[in-house]
Structure formats: C-alpha cells, structure tokens
Design a protein around this ligand. Structure first.
Ligand SMILES: CC(C)(COP(=O)(O)OP(=O)(O)OC[C@H]1O[C@@H](n2cnc3c(N)ncnc32)[C@H](O)[C@@H]1OP(=O)(O)O)[C@@H](O)C(=O)NCCC(=O)NCCS
Length: 186
C-alpha cells in the first residue's frame, strides 16, 4: 500500500481521547488538556491549559492559570507557581550529571537524587528553552527563545542565549506587580 493510501484514525471518528491522565493526577477546576499528552503523579491547578504532546511527570506542580504550550517536557522536581507561561518545546531537567547505569546495571530511582527547579509567579519561558536543574526563575522574569538557562534568574529580568545572560535587568511589569503586592500602588 502506498503511504498516501494509509488510513489514519481520525479523532472525530473514534471519539477516543488520545491522552493519558493517570488516576493519581490531582487536577484543578477548568483544566484544558489537549491530545497526545502524558500526565502522571503531578498536581495541576485551576484554569491551566496544557498543549498537545506535553508530558508532566510525577511530583511536578503546576500553579493556577499557567499555560504550557505544545511539546514541552516538565519533569519531576519542577514547580511552576501561578500564571507562568511555558512556550513550545521547553525542556526542564532534574539530574545535573545523568548516567544510564550504576555498577553496570540500569539506574533506578535509588541511584540518583532529583534536583528541583522553581519558576516563580508570572514568569515566561520562551520556546525551545532548556533549563538546567537546581535554579529559580524569579517572578515575571522572561526567558528568551532557545536559551539554555544555567543560573538563577532575578525577578523581572529578561535573559537570552546559551548560556543565558541578562538582556534587560527589570521589566516595568515586574516593578508594577511588586508595588501592587507591597500595597504601594492604587
Ligand atoms: C528574549 C526576548 C523577550 C527579548 O525581547 P526584547 O526585550 O524585545 O529584546 P530585543 O529584541 O531588543 O533584543 C535584545 C538583544 O538580545 C538578543 N536576543 C533577543 N532574543 C534572543 C534570544 N531568544 N536568544 C538570543 N539572543 C536574543 C538580540 O539579538 C539583541 O541583541 P543585540 O543587542 O546584541 O542586538 C525575545 O527576543 C524572545 O526570545 N521572546 C520569546 C518568544 C517566544 O519564545 N515565544 C513563545 C510563544 S510563541
């Protein structure tokens, strides 16, 4: 059969949700999850949107009103606070020195320590960014597309490049948000 003759099952025909949401996932209210997603052992807050081909591993926490775009990988150890934007194909990591084996056998959970990553409220991660583990992305920070982020990012800063460096130290949005939070603004 020529490739063009292959009949692919269509979503409208099968009515099958092509997504895996394990029973141990804690889902908030009004969460929208698109097709071909794989979620297990994670916590998802209210009003979150999760794009197609996203995987979210056990132990990951996604705050309310976050938007996670397609093809992103959120691993164990990652916490997103509220209103975080994650672009397409963003990759988090949780092992700084990964190895396949320990003592000649495939590694198990006992052979490595999960290193956490925190993305604070209102931050945005551009498409294709890679975040090394053990870092904190500050409130309302902006990570440029394709960046490799190796260090903490200060609140409100814009960083870009490989390794990511500060392009703009603070945004007006971050300052306004902090003033409101501190009760210094009408
Ligand atoms: C990082 C970003 C926010 C910077 O925007 P900006 O503040 O308007 O900055 P500018 O475009 O003025 O660029 C400032 C400098 O940073 C560089 N730069 C900007 N974005 C960059 C990136 N992603 N990687 C590397 N360098 C970058 C520019 O080349 C420029 O360098 P120069 O001064 O030597 O010419 C933006 O470029 C970006 O990457 N946004 C993310 C887009 C995205 O992924 N969206 C996802 C949903 S579609």
């Amino acid at each position: 059969m020529a490739p063009t003759d292959i009949e692919l099952p269509s979503m409208s025909q099968s009515h099958e949700p092509v997504q895996r949401i394990a029973p141990d996932v804690k889902l908030g209210r009004n969460v929208r999850i698109f097709s071909f997603t794989n979620l297990y052992g994670c916590e998802i807050g209210d009003d979150v949107k999760i794009g197609t081909f996203v995987e979210i591993q056990k132990g990951a926490k996604i705050g309310s009103r976050c938007k996670i775009s397609s093809h992103t990988f959120v691993c164990e150890g990652v916490t997103l606070e509220e209103e975080v934007f994650i672009g397409h194909h963003v990759v988090f990591t949780n092992d700084r020195y990964p190895r396949s084996t320990a003592n000649g056998k495939l590694q198990t959970e006992a052979d490595w320590v999960c290193i956490p990553t925190l993305v604070k409220r209102g931050a945005s991660i551009g498409s294709g960014a890679v975040l090394l583990c053990g870092i904190t992305i500050g409130e309302n920070a902006m990570i440029g597309a394709g960046s490799v982020v190796t260090r903490d990012v200060p609140a409100g800063a814009t960083v870009a490049g490989n390794p990511a460096r500060i392009v703009r130290p603070r945004s007006q949005k971050a300052d306004a948000t902090n003033l409101i939070a501190a009760g210094q603004s009408t």
